[in-house]
Design a protein around this ligand. Structure first.
Ligand code: MEV
Length: 403
C-alpha cells in the first residue's frame, strides 16, 4: 500500500517504525483531521485568545484569535478598548462577488461580439445549474471579455453568498468553460479557475477623542507614522504586518483561507502603483481618525468550516448567526485595533516594553521547572528587564539557591 492509502494510525506506525518519535494524538482528532487533508499523521496547535469587547456598528463581539505570537491578542484588546471608549468601529462590507477567469484559445473564425451576446443566456444557464447558490442569495453576476490575438480572456464575477466560494466558483467556471468550448472558433480551453484578485471589500473606521490615546501630541505622532507608511514601503509592509497579525488570527480561528486574503491584501496595498499602508490615520478637530479598507474573501459556511469542531467553537463565541458581512466587519475592525495598538506603542514607549513582558511567558516555557518557579522567573525577568533564556536560567538558579 502507498503511504497515502494507509489509515492515519498505520501511517503513524510506519513513521514510528522508522525511529521517529511522534506526539500522542487522540483517535477522534486524528480522524477528524484526516478528513481535511492528505497524508495526515498529527496536528499542530495554536492558542486561541479572545478580544473581549470589540464594538462594531453598535454590537459588542467576543472575537477568537488563533495566533502563536505573544502580544497580538493583547494589542487587539488594547485597540478594541480604546475603540469602545469612542463608540466603537463603523464598518461596512461590499460583498459583490469574487472573480473567476476562463481563458480560451481561438482561431480566425471566432467572433468576440457574437460570444458576448450569449453572456446573458450563459449566466442564466449557470444560475439554473447552480440553483442552490442562487437560493442562498448568490449566483453569477457578470461576464466580461477581452481578446489579445488568439487568446480570449473572460472574467466572471460570482457572488458566493455566505461562503468564501472557491469550490463553487471553480465548478461554475468549469461549467461555463465547457459550454464555451463548442462555440465556433474556440480551439481550446486553456484554464478555468477563480482569481484571488482583491474583491469583497470591507472598510472599518474609527473617530477617537485624542484624550483616549494619550493626547494630541501622541495622536499627531500616530498620524505622522501613518503618513510615513503611505510613502515608504519599508514602513508600509511592517504597518501592514501588524494589521495582518489580527486579521490572520481571526481568519484562522474562523476556518477561513488566510492565504487568499494575504495575497489579495498584498496586491491591494500596491493598488496606487507603489506598496503602501493599508490603513490611514489623521488628526482633525481633536479627533484621531483611522480607517482600513481591505479585500476579505471570507465566508461563514462552506470549505472546512462546518466540519471542524475547533472552528465551530469560534462561531459560538462570535454568535452562531453571524453573517459573512458581519464577520468581515469584525475582521477589519480587529486589523484596525492591532494597527492602532502598534502605532501607539511605537510612537510612545516603543514596542519592546510590552512585547518582552509577554515574550517572557514564552521564554520560561523552555525551562525545566515547576509552574510556580516559572512564574517567579517570569516576574524576575520583568522586574529586572532581562528577557533572554540565559537570564531566565540564571534567575531559576537563584530561586533554587534561595537567593
Ligand atoms: C509586530 O508583529 C507588528 C508591528 O511591527 C507592527 C507595526 O510596526 O506597525 C509592531
Amino acid at each position: 500500500m502507498k503511504f497515502y492509502e494507509l489509515t492515519p494510525e498505520k501511517r503513524r506506525d510506519y513513521l514510528i517504525s522508522q525511529g521517529i518519535d511522534l506526539d500522542d494524538i487522540d483517535e477522534i482528532t486524528l480522524h477528524e483531521l484526516d478528513s481535511l487533508s492528505e497524508n495526515v499523521i498529527g496536528q499542530l496547535r495554536f492558542p486561541v485568545g479572545v478580544v473581549q469587547n470589540l464594538l462594531v456598528n453598535g454590537k459588542s463581539y467576543l472575537v477568537p484569535l488563533a495566533t502563536e505570537e505573544p502580544s497580538v491578542v493583547a494589542a487587539a484588546n488594547h485597540g478594541a478598548s480604546i475603540f469602545a471608549k469612542n463608540g466603537g468601529v463603523t464598518a461596512a462590507s461590499k460583498r459583490t462577488g469574487i472573480y473567476g477567469q476562463i481563458t480560451l484559445q481561438v482561431d480566425t473564425k471566432f467572433d468576440a461580439s457574437e460570444l458576448s451576446q450569449l453572456f446573458p443566456i450563459i449566466i442564466e444557464q449557470a444560475n439554473s445549474q447552480f440553483a442552490s447558490l442562487v437560493k442562498h442569495g448568490g449566483g453569477v453576476r457578470q461576464i466580461d471579455l477581452q481578446q489579445k490575438d488568439d487568446l480570449v480572456m473572460l472574467r466572471v464575477l460570482v457572488d458566493p453568498a455566505e461562503s468564501m466560494g472557491a469550490n463553487r466558483v471553480n465548478s461554475i467556471l468549469e461549467f461555463i468553460a465547457n459550454k464555451l468550448a463548442t462555440f465556433p472558433g474556440v480551439v481550446d480551453k486553456l484554464f478555468a479557475i477563480l482569481s484571488n484578485y482583491p474583491s469583497q471589500f470591507t472598510k472599518a473606521q474609527v473617530e477617537l477623542d485624542v484624550a483616549t490615546v494619550g493626547g494630541v501630541k501622541v495622536a499627531e505622532r500616530i498620524a505622522l507614522l501613518s503618513k510615513i507608511g503611505q510613502n515608504d514601503p519599508f514602513r508600509a509592509v511592517t504597518n501592514n504586518k501588524g494589521i495582518m497579525n489580527g486579521v490572520d488570527a481571526v481568519l484562522l480561528a474562523t476556518g477561513n483561507d488566510a492565504r487568499a486574503v494575504e495575497v489579495a491584501c498584498g496586491v491591494w496595498a500596491s493598488e496606487k502603483g507603489k506598496y503602501s499602508s493599508l490603513s490611514q490615520w489623521d488628526v482633525k478637530d481633536d479627533k484621531l481618525i483611522g480607517s482600513l479598507t481591505i479585500p476579505l474573501a471570507i465566508g461563514t459556511v462552506g470549505g472546512s468550516i462546518n466540519s471542524r469542531t475547533d472552528v465551530k467553537q469560534s462561531y459560538r463565541l462570535l454568535g452562531q448567526d453571524i453573517t459573512s458581512s458581519e464577520l468581515a466587519n469584525v475582521i477589519a475592525a480587529v486589523g484596525l485595533a492591532n494597527n492602532l495598538a502598534a502605532l501607539l506603542a511605537i510612537s510612545t514607549t516603543g514596542i519592546q516594553a510590552g512585547h518582552m513582558k509577554l515574550q517572557a511567558k514564552n521564554t520560561v516555557a523552555n525551562l525545566t521547572a515547576t509552574s510556580r518557579e516559572k512564574e517567579q522567573v517570569r516576574q524576575m525577568m520583568i522586574d529586572k528587564k532581562e528577557y533572554s533564556l540565559a537570564a531566565a536560567e540564571q534567575f531559576l538558579r537563584q530561586i533554587r539557591e534561595g537567593q
